[in-house]
Write a protein that binds this ligand. Structure first.
Ligand code: FES
Length: 125
């Protein structure tokens, strides 16, 4: 029921772990299943995401979407990264089964929260 891309990111997740001394941290839980994820970001010149990592305690789709979101966000500006929607993540993975679409919320919401956290801590920028 999963595409090759989903299986690939599930079996070989990219950017798993935690950024050292993160500039922003986003934690989200999925009330539908109790899964949680944590995204940490390092922000560099021109408000660009220099590094981003994730930790997910969740299903295969949550791991695959988290992995994909980190790949999509790296090198983007905060404004661009904030616009990564759950649909864009699912599309980049070749689609998710309808009953698994809610899992992709975790990844894009986690990233948005990490960006918000960065903005709260760096109001002058
Ligand atoms: Fe919980 Fe997918 S079932 S995130």
């Amino acid at each position: 029921m999963y595409t090759e891309q989903v299986m690939d990111h599930f079996q070989n997740p990219r950017n798993m772990g935690e950024v050292e001394n993160p500039d922003g941290v986003g934690e989200v839980g999925n009330p539908q299943c109790g899964d949680v994820m944590r995204i940490t970001i390092k922000v560099g010149e021109g408000e660009t995401i220099e590094d981003v990592k994730f930790k997910t305690l969740g299903c295969g789709a949550a791991i695959a979407t988290s992995s994909m979101v980190t790949e999509m966000a790296k090198g983007k500006t905060l404004v661009e990264a904030q616009e990564i929607s759950k649909k864009a993540v699912a599309d980049a993975l070749g689609g998710l089964p309808p009953q698994k679409m809610h899992c992709s919320n975790l990844a894009s919401d986690g990233l948005k929260k990490a960006i918000e956290d960065y903005r709260t801590k760096h109001p002058e920028k």
